[in-house]
Ligand binder design. Sequence first.
Ligand code: COA
Ligand code: AMP
Length: 651
Amino acid sequence: MGSYREAYQRSITDPAGFWQHAAEAIDWIDPPDRILDDSTAPIFRWFPGATLNTCHNALDRHVHSGRGDQPALIHDSPVTGITRTWSYRELRDEVAVFAGALRRLGVERGDRVVIYMAMVPEAVIAMLACARLGAVHSVVFGGFGARELAARIDDAQPRLVIASSCGIEGGFKGGFEGGIENGIEGGIEGRIKGRKVVRYQPMLDAALAESAHVVDWCVILQRPEAPADLVPGRDLSWADAVLDATPADCVPVAATDPLYILYTSGTTGRPKGVVRDNGGHAVALRWSMENIFGVRPGEVFWAASDVGWVVGHSYIVYGPLLAGATTILYEGKPVGTPDAGAFWRVIEQHRVSAMFTAPTAIRAIRKEDPEGELLSGRDVSCLRTLFLAGERLDPRTYEWAGDLLGIPIVDNWWQTETGWPIAASPRGLQELPTRPGSPSVPMPGYRVRVVDPYGVDVPAGVEGVIVLGLPLPPGCLPSLWRDDERYVRSYLSAFQGAYLTGDGGMFDADGYLYVLGRTDDVINVAGHRLSTGAMEEVLAEHPAVAECAVIGVGDLLKGQIPRGFVVLRAGVGTPPAVLEAELVARVRERIGAVAALRRVDVVAALPKTRSGKILRATMRDVADGREEPVPATIEDPAVLEALRPVLRTPR
Ligand code: COA
Ligand code: AMP
């Protein structure tokens, strides 16, 4: 086991040597001879000229090297009562057949495919099938509604959409009783045996109607809980799509070709299409599995996230499979499926070595089972490490999980854009002690700096803006989908030679990093990254609304939750409660249930600067009970004073 300091130093002083060595763990068709192309800086490309196939590295190579019978994927679904395992060979074969089905539908290398599915194994199969063909998948989280889906379809311009007919959300009481009642009459949501079933088709239909782009086909996975009414000439069931399909082989692609696009929330309503390439991604993820997560081939790794988020892409699908480990796709919640002991059950049943989830999930368990009683009687001795990320890990949750499980709790900090941890305590290198409140230290390849507004590094202990020196390591976004200009403008323009993370924080005297929160209007609700700008757009479209603001306020369970404030047009007499219900419903329908906007207050005015900018950060400070000085640029301090009681009142 090497030392962290040596690995980090080498990655900075000799990045080409460091990553060339890491690249040896990948099967290449044409191995890299050049490691980094800096000719188009500030846009950099890793492993130019090399070719490979990511699906081959995730599946076929393990079958060839004798792991064919080892479990590759376990679908554990408490919401349907199903648990099923695929060996590497079985998964490879199903992926090859589905890739053949996609090819028959016209999908070729470079084509985009949007995947809008619940946590079903077919989502993983669809992603890997795209990778096999060199097609570019773009997975849209199932909790997003029609508008978010439409925006992604318009930007990615997919040939196909692959969707599941429904998702099954948690909340069922008692055991699974078998038998299924169909028929959620109309509408999007319904309950079947106490479970909430969300139909995806109405959202898909609305998104396709709203988007300008026209897709060739929609492949629909029919789930028995709520099958969709297929649209003739547009929709094809998954079962029909794969019927007699000829298995497809892996298509060689350039290391610099896109593997996927994953849209993420920025400050405006228009999501950003983060591009992931094939080569850098495979090298970085493989390296991270062994060195950061300390996972060896054959071990079981479980990321309790969703395939719609970057954690799901990197550590449910690609990372564990590239490493020859077994991955778990868990279709359930930390609580309510059936109780707060669900995570411990999964760890025991599948002998999980390392687990990854969001702090919110642990807070949800703690809330329901504060003494951890549901752990007793469970043998979770297989679990070596719990990794937590996606939002700030508050020290209380860190301590609670550590005391309960008696294993290291590893906070790690990263983003959709980077694809793998920027900072962590690497478990595969000589161990560094962890500290509450800190995701530990920068990972190899990341030149993490904390700077002041002029780009000057601030001393230890002083807060600033966190930036990453260029080039970013392999695996990080090379650009935004077909929009280099927006990539440069959004991330690379604030500070010369550096990538703006959007997070603020500081180093301590020992070089441990503390990430203290976003410096922009992006919010993080239950580990889900959301744009307040997108919610504001929906509120502003309501005919009664003259002006609005959405801010993220602190929440004990979800970290942050959104709150809306609207100023009405003159003469509007709708009662505030009626308007609030309408606005909440609109946001839920257009952005999705995951937006979790439940409160909108009607106010007389919004506090602004003299140049007309709404003082959202100041509103957030007041709502969270922080006594920060009011900016000198405020136009009318009386407006803020009038708003204070509303901001401070929980409902
Ligand atoms: N499809 C359809 N609806 C979805 C959905 C999906 N994939 N994911 C979430 N939703 C819905 C939920 O059912 C909920 O609906 P409701 O308003 O009717 O209750 C709403 O979106 C908000 O979801 P969420 O914020 O997740 O709240 P919750 O109360 O359902 O669950 C937790 C709270 C803490 C249990 C849950 O957020 C959780 O498990 N978080 C872990 C974090 C995580 O996985 N993060 C991913 C990055 S690591
Ligand atoms: P996402 O792109 O959805 O992964 O969200 C990334 C954002 O989540 C980051 O920019 C941070 O604001 C936040 N985040 C993720 N992990 C952590 C962490 N360990 N500590 C603090 N914030 C985090």
